[in-house]
Design a protein around this ligand. Structure first.
Ligand code: SAH
Ligand code: SF4
Ligand code: F3S
Length: 472
């Protein structure tokens, strides 16, 4: 049993991590042939990508994936801690699982992901869910799932293995990708920014970068397999390479990835603080680096930004924003915004609205501040009522939505490049895909376009999507 420890999780050292090759112990290969699993993923792209590894690992053990929880012998929850409602969702599904387990006692239940790194969550699992959850594995040791899972079955007891600190980088994990056209590629793990509201530096550990050779090998392989798009992933991709101290950072990496000739490159997420001019140069130079950048601002007020520990002012953000818009033609910029940070006044909130009015974002993810235990912001005095926060969120959403629609309308009549991803879930007569600026577009066309990048004329604009026409 290895439990999470927050004091350890927030420490940082100068250690340079080695890499290790993944391998599955011989006796576990296909040991569970005939058994099924259901994997539920919450949270960000990082978790989605981890789930692609977990699926492949379970398949190597002989499990087969099922889409219905009722049909599964193993239920695994890959969880997220970012806000209280992410927690509630995971704990909510446990009620349903409890019911299933009453009917079939042999169902195995596991929990991994960011919630596994939280002291309180693990305590609750040990005390209240002792009979329901068979095993818990943290974010730093996903590759140990086979061993922990097997141990919990063999020993018929709850197994908990959570490392509080990151370990070596594990290369060559098997992967079962969700798409044949778009792929996530990790470039950096963890985060050292410690924004005061955020739990990620505790759940994902110190920032540590993958070797460029491993990243480029993965991208080259994806190109060979016919992939059209890669998204380089990290909590703060701009910090790529800083821990390796080789003078090779994100701008160099982006350039080398662009040279592999993969048709589309995206990257998330960029912290505005270390967005360098070199990065901007590379982004504007290569047409396969997509004109779509996620640049979370969080707030438009300097006092709140300071309390958040974001290390930039509204002016600095705006300067960067306009520099990017100027350097990369037709660049769409999206953002994240938090309302109701402890003590945020009405006037301070209005500063956020005024920033939105200036930036007219193409997309924005908006949230009410959610106190996360162990983070500095959770201890701040907060006199803003939830009602007021909800009302602010509503006002903010009305404003951002207005600009989504305005920006989309500007595309009417234009022809845009679209990576066609499949048949629309809402209407089987339509195909759907994403424009270079990452906007969802629906249009009529033959199914053999799926997986290709094609020109589509925009005919109609809605707040969250476009309708187009494909001309042969
Ligand atoms: N690494 C990314 C953010 C990952 S979390 C970055 O720095 O941009 C995604 C978003 O969740 C954040 O940008 C922030 O807007 C929001 N978020 C994080 N912690 C939060 C909290 N405690 N309450 C509300 N929103 C939060
Ligand atoms: Fe969280 Fe800030 Fe790190 Fe993003 S940069 S993951 S918001 S601490
Ligand atoms: Fe959630 Fe962890 Fe991602 S907290 S947002 S799953 S890094």
């Amino acid at each position: 049993m290895l439990l999470p420890n927050y004091m350890e999780a927030k420490t940082r050292n100068k250690k340079i991590y080695q890499k290790e090759q993944y391998h599955l112990a011989k006796h576990l290969k296909n040991k569970y042939q005939g058994k099924t699993f259901y994997l539920k993923t919450y949270g960000c792209q990082m978790n989605e990508h981890d789930s692609e590894n977990i699926k492949a690992i379970l398949c190597e053990m002989g499990f087969k994936e099922v889409d219905e929880i009722e049909k599964a012998d193993l239920i695994l929850l890959n969880t997220c801690s970012i806000r209280e409602n992410a927690h509630n969702k995971a704990f909510g599904i446990l009620g349903r699982i409890k019911h299933l387990k009453q009917q079939r006692k042999d169902i195995l239940v596991g929990l991994c992901g960011c919630m596994a790194q939280e002291e309180d969550v693990v305590k609750t699992i040990m005390e209240k869910y002792h009979h329901l959850i068979n095993f818990v594995v943290g974010t730093h040791n996903l590759y140990r799932i086979p061993i922990i899972l097997d141990k919990s079955i063999e020993n018929r007891q709850q197994e908990i293995e959570v490392f509080s600190r990151e370990g070596n980088i594990i290369e060559d994990m098997p992967i079962s990708r969700n798409s044949k056209y778009k792929a996530y590629v990790n470039i950096i793990y963890g985060c050292d920014k410690f924004c005061t509201y955020c739990i990620v530096p505790y759940t994902r550990g110190k920032q540590h970068s993958r070797d460029k050779e491993d990243i480029l090998k993965e991208v080259t392989e994806l190109v060979k397999q016919g992939y059209q798009e890669v998204t380089l992933l990290g909590q703060n991709v701009n910090a790529y390479g800083k821990d390796l101290d080789k003078g090779y950072g994100l701008s160099e990496l982006l350039e080398d990835v662009a040279k592999t000739n993969i048709p589309r490159i995206r990257f998330v997420t960029s912290h505005p603080w270390d967005f360098t001019d070199d990065m901007i140069k590379v982004i504007s130079k290569y047409s396969n680096i997509m004109p779509s950048i996620h640049l979370p601002v969080q707030s438009g007020n300097d006092r709140i930004l300071k309390l958040m520990g974001r290390r930039y002012t509204k002016e600095e953000y705006l300067t960067l924003f306009h520099k990017l818009k100027k350097a990369k033609i037709n660049c769409a910029i999206s953002t994240d915004i938090i309302v109701g940070f402890p003590g945020e006044s009405e006037a301070e909130f209005l500063d956020t609205l005024s920033l939105v009015k200036e930036c007219k974002f193409d997309n924005a993810f908006t949230f009410i501040f959610s106190p996360r235990k162990g983070t500095p912001a959770a201890k701040l005095y907060d006199d803003i009522t939830l009602e007021e926060k909800e009302e602010r969120l509503q006002r903010l959403n009305n404003l951002v939505n207005k600009y989504f629609l305005e920006n989309n309308k500007k595309l009417i009549g234009k022809t845009v490049d679209v990576l066609v991803e499949g048949v629309s879930l809402k209407d089987s007569n339509l195909l759907f895909g994403y424009t270079d600026t990452n906007k969802l577009i629906n249009f009529k066309g033959p199914k053999d376009l799926i997986g290709q990048i094609i020109p589509v004329q925009v005919m109609e604009a809605k707040t969250w999507s476009l309708d187009g026409e494909y001309h042969v």
